[in-house]
Design a protein around this ligand. Structure first.
Ligand SMILES: NC(=O)c1ccc[n+]([C@@H]2O[C@H](COP(=O)([O-])OP(=O)(O)OC[C@H]3O[C@@H](n4cnc5c(N)ncnc54)[C@H](OP(=O)(O)O)[C@@H]3O)[C@@H](O)[C@H]2O)c1
Length: 321
């Protein structure tokens, strides 16, 4: 396979950004698009010159595509992932990969039994700056990372948005807290004890969470908020220095590294495209190589980040574990 042919499921705001990013991905195209009822897919296809429009998901999955990009709300992610894998398509699915661990385990099991590539579209680790940070830390620039402090908070949520709707698996933790959960898991491993404080908003979803977490290799302090603004910085504290990834750390472009001698180094790598192009290019490379899982965004990392996020959310909601 030279050119990877994507089918897009959903035509909302992130689907637009995915399409914009694709212009920066070598040898990849959108061959088909699906939306409920088809009207929005027809509009999306007309604007972006996509040859095939599907009114039904089964038509998309039967079309001449190699992979799907799932860009619909959280509760539909697992269902579409399983359907696409069973139809023999590779899957790049927006975060969060699922809304429960049972759902995620079913997705991963389906990927394994069908022998198809599955990856959560967790964008930060694919940005050039994040990769540079990984290289520098692997080379010992700040010693061993033992502490992660990060958050994401944005109070400008429109009334009626899915993120405020419990029926849509809304709440800050699952929507934006999942980024920080990924960051902590990526550097410190899976979570053990999780101390959770926070608030439930009027609609019944978590609107603020502050977490202290014991991981396999250190401790993280994370927050997510839909009712406050946050600074968007992340700190990676090491045994011989630290790195601050500046606002917005989840679209990393600028960082400061301070070594054990107190020497400062500015790291800057301006992303191209919409930023989603880096994860997409990686996914296409894996597909061409016949790989079933990303070594960067592995199934285990997806599971560990989701597990700690759901655990904190359920604590806040008072659901018995
Ligand atoms: N990686 C990132 O940077 C990033 C950023 C933002 C969002 N996201 C993720 O992307 C997902 C979508 O977010 P968004 O902001 O793009 O939302 P959005 O703008 O509301 O778009 C959602 C799309 O899904 C469609 N849809 C809704 N329910 C559906 C269903 N049951 N079956 C089929 N299609 C359905 C909607 O179609 P209708 O018009 O017919 O309702 C719409 O086209 C979320 O899970 C979110 O976490 C990721």
């Amino acid at each position: 396979m030279s050119k990877v042919r994507f089918g897009i499921i959903g035509t909302g705001s992130i689907a637009q950004r995915f399409f914009a990013g694709l212009a920066h991905v070598p040898n990849a195209t959108v061959a088909a698009v699906y939306s409920r009822g088809g009207a929005k897919a027809r509009q999306f296809a007309a604007v972006h010159h996509i040859p095939t429009v599907c009114d039904e998901i089964d038509d998309l999955l039967a079309s001449d595509i190699d992979a799907v990009y799932i860009a619909t709300p959280h509760p539909s992610h697992a269902t579409f992932s399983i359907a696409a894998l069973q139809a023999g398509k590779a899957v790049l699915c927006e975060k969060p990969a699922a809304t429960s661990l049972d759902e995620l385990d079913a997705v991963i099991a389906t990927a394994q039994t069908t022998g198809r590539l599955y990856m959560e579209a967790m964008k930060p680790p694919f940005f050039p700056l994040y990769r540079l940070i990984r290289e520098r830390i692997d080379a010992g620039a700040i010693g061993e990372v033992r502490f992660v402090r990060a958050g994401f908070a944005n109070p400008n949520v429109a009334e009626g948005h899915a993120v405020l709707d419990p029926a849509q698996a809304g709440g800050g933790l699952l929507d934006i807290g999942i980024y920080s959960a990924f960051l902590a898991v990526d550097w410190l491993g899976a979570a053990g004890e999780i101390q959770t404080l926070g608030r439930i908003g009027a609609s019944g979803v978590d609107t603020f969470a502050s977490l202290n977490i014991q991981h396999e290799r250190g401790i993280s302090q994370l927050y997510s908020g839909l009712d406050i603004a946050g600074s968007g910085e992340a700190l990676l504290g090491g045994s011989a220095g630290y790195i601050v990834i500046h606002d917005k750390w989840w679209n990393p472009a600028k960082a400061t590294l301070v070594n054990a001698l107190g020497e400062r180094e500015e790291l800057m790598m301006t992303p191209q495209g919409s930023g989603l192009n880096y994860e997409t290019a990686h996914f296409c490379d894996l597909l061409r190589q016949g790989r079933l899982e990303s070594p960067i965004m592995s199934h285990a990392k997806t599971r560990a980040a989701l597990a700690m996020t759901l655990s904190a959310r359920d604590t806040l909601l008072g659901i018995a574990q």
